[in-house]
Structure formats: C-alpha cells, structure tokens
Design a protein around this ligand. Structure first.
Ligand code: PLP
Length: 411
C-alpha cells in the first residue's frame, strides 16, 4: 500500500508543470513552509529589484525618479498585474494602503452608492479587521447603519431588500471554507445589494473571476500568496461601471484629478485613481512588483489543480497517520481554498513543536493548526515529509514540552 502511494505522489512531482518555480524563491534550508498564506516567502527577483530601487532610483535619480522611473504610475501598473490574477480587466485594480484601510475605503464607497439601505451583511467567518472597520464606519456615519453578522452557511438566506452591502471574505482564514462568489454576488444583486469581496486568501492562490462574477468591489493582501513581503501594499478593485460614481471617503491629494495643480478644493480623479490617498510606498511597491514576476507565465487553473492535489494528499496522510487530529476544513475541494486546518486540543503547542522541526504552519485560536499550500514552491514530497514529522510529534507527544506551551505575541 505504502509503495503504491509513494509512487503516486512521486509521479505527481515528476509531472508537475510548476516544479521549476521553486527555484524562483529563497526557502531556507530545512524549512517546509506551509505559511505562505500568512507571509509568502522571498522571491529571488526581489532583492535585486530592491537594491535597484534604493541605490539607483532613489539614490541617484532622487525626486526626478517620479518621472524617470515612472514611480507615479506604479500603483496602477502593479494593480493591473494583480488584476490578471483576480479576473479583473485593466484599470480596475490599484495597489495601495493595507487591507484594513482598503476595506474602509470600499465599504464607505459602497454604502454611499446605496444610501436608502442600512444593513451591512457579513459573516462570522470573516477576518476580524473587516468587521472592526465596518463597526467604525457604522459609528462614524451615525446614519442608523446596522452590521449584521451571520454564520457563513446562513449568508445566502440573510440576503434581502434591507441589505445595502454584502461584505464577505471569500476564504475563511481559519477553516479554508470558500464562498461561491458568483452565486452569492448574483443573489445580492437580485436583491438590490452591492457586494464587496475580500480576497486576502484567494489572490494568487487560485483563479478568481471578479469581472465574470460582476463583483462591485474587492480588496486583498499583497504579502500572502502574492509574496510581496511584510507589510506589502494591499490592493483594491472597483468595477469600471462604478468608478465615476464613487465618492471617496478618504479624499487625499493622490486621488485628486490634478494633484500637482495644488487646488484648494478636492476633485476626484477619473477612474480607479481616485481611490488612492497619499504618496505610495515606492520601495514596498517595487518589491511587490518584482514578486509578481513569478506569476507571469502561470496559468491559474494549473496552479489550482496542484493546490487541490497537495491539499488532498495532506488530508489523507494526516488522517491516516494522526487520528488524534480532526479535520476543520471542508473535505470537498470545490468549497476549500488553498489551506487545510486541523483541530487539536493542544494546537498551539503542536504548531510550535512543528516549527522547531522546520515545518512552519500557524495556529489560530482556539485550537486550529493551519497549513497553507502554495503550489509555486511546495511539492508533494514536502507534504509527505511534513506529515512524517507531524506523526512523530503526535505519537511521541513531543509537543508537550514547556517551551512549546509559552505563547508569543504573534501567533
Ligand atoms: C490577512 C487579512 C487581512 C489583513 O489586513 P491588514 O490590514 O493587511 O493587516 C484583512 N482581511 C483578511 C480577510 C485577511 O485575511
């Protein structure tokens, strides 16, 4: 049995059309990195690009670099590259700020487009910052808005004609459960609601089809599957049909129609440019831009196929080797993102013990051990090796050492 299973996964690696991509990343020796959904690894192309941006562009061109190196349009250029990965035609995505701030910007914009209605519909599988930002907007606007948070499986049934905006994260950060973007968007539109999708755990992980789903707004992170580095700029999508009607809430000068006219009154730029606020972080944007190079020749459907294969192998191997762990993710690939989570009472200590052996996943309270599978640099052999180490730690209770129970600030 074991022999045939090994042949199976070895054949998968041998025939992997993405196998060569691993060389495009710097992965430390001895590390199996199953946390690319929290912070992607360093792409080979980034250090040289950073050195160029610092030493030549900033160091030599100084202020002239805004024109000489086209810094001014970098947010839009990076945005369009991300747009290809999330199914958005050019001119609808810009790279800017962080995801929390972009949630604020698109939620304020969406609410202003549907002023008669007062309900923001979201779900308890959303990442807290999205809900926190909604609470802040609700309180700041003071126009009687209500944030309605239902269980993920109850979202469809909660869409009615009171909903102004449905704001959901497509992939649940704990379980990996993935919402049906097209179906929920259609249902919300039929009820007269606008839709915001948070693609934090979708962008770069599988093919997203924002335009095809007729989404209204979207946001997402640059530092997860897109590998843009710690604190990388996030992105924001506004469907072309809304762009000239959207009144930005954060009316910064970089979103002005003519920032260098220095008018005293705000006048929004035409198109997606109005969603910019202040001076873009050129060094971080340069890193993200270089990180996106690895996606240039990647077919997102091929990427998805490998992701499903990695996740299915992991689930089968963990369940076979470690019955003490309970699958917390959907078993069916069609409703799962590119991560797999297992519940274990001592999940925190288990993850720390794994990290000490080079298998880096992460822990999410209260008891979830979460493993992200980034098909660009994870192989089936990595999955098997990670499962061998996990099995050994569970069987020997190696996790039950005092140092693995001590909580760090960032988990
Ligand atoms: C990771 C994540 C964020 C992070 O927001 P930042 O402002 O970049 O810290 C936001 N929303 C979701 C759904 C996430 O998974």
């Amino acid at each position: 049995m074991t022999a045939s299973r090994e042949t199976d996964w070895q054949a998968l690696d041998r025939n992997d059309p993405l196998a060569a991509k691993k060389a495009a990343f710097r992965i430390p020796d001895g590390v199996i990195y199953l946390d690319g959904n929290s912070l992607g690894v360093l792409p080979e192309a980034v250090p040289a690009r950073m050195a160029k941006a610092v030493e030549q562009e900033w160091g030599q061109s100084l202020i002239r670099a805004w024109n000489e190196h086209d810094w001014f349009t970098l947010p839009q250029r990076v945005g369009d590259r991300i747009g290809r990965l999330v199914g958005a035609a050019p001119g609808q995505v810009t790279a800017c700020d962080n995801t929390s701030i972009n949630v604020f910007k698109v939620l304020a914009a969406a609410l202003s487009l549907n002023p008669q209605r007062k309900v923001i519909l979201s779900d308890s599988g959303n990442f807290p910052t999205d809900l926190y930002m909604a609470q802040g907007i609700r309180d700041m606007l003071d126009k009687g808005h209500e944030l309605k948070v239902v269980a993920p499986e109850e979202v469809a049934g909660a869409i009615d004609d009171s909903v102004a905006v449905m704001m959901l994260t497509q992939v649940d950060y704990r379980t990996g459960r993935c919402h049906d973007m097209a179906a929920l968007t259609k249902k919300a539109h039929d009820a007269g609601a606008l839709v915001i999708w948070d693609l934090a755990h979708s962008a770069g992980a599988f093919a997203v089809e924002l335009d095809a789903a007729a989404a209204d707004f979207a946001v997402g992170c640059g530092y997860k599957y897109l590998n843009g580095g710690p604190g990388a700029p996030a992105f924001l999508y506004v469907a072309a049909r809304h762009q000239d009607r959207v009144a930005p809430a954060l009316t910064g000068w970089m979103g002005h129609d003519a920032p260098f006219a220095f008018d005293l009154d705000y006048r929004p730029d035409a198109g997606i440019g109005r969603m910019r606020v202040g001076t873009p972080p050129i060094l971080s944007l340069s890193a993200l831009d270089a990180a996106l190079d690895v996606f240039d020749d990647v077919d997102m459907n091929v990427l998805r196929e490998k992701s499903v294969s990695l996740c299915e192998l992991f689930i089968a191997e963990v369940e076979r080797r470690c019955p003490e762990l309970t699958l917390a993710s959907p078993r069916e690939a069609a409703v799962r993102g590119s991560q797999v989570s297992f519940c274990f009472d001592n999940g925190y200590a288990l993850v720390q013990a794994l990290i000490s052996r080079g298998v880096i996943g992460d822990f999410r309270a209260p008891d979830v051990a979460r493993f992200g599978f980034t098909p660009l640099y994870i192989s089936h052999a990595d999955v098997i090796r990670a499962c061998e180490i996990l099995e050994e730690i569970v069987k020997t209770r190696a996790w039950d050492r005092p140092e693995f129970h001590a909580r760090a600030k960032v988990t």
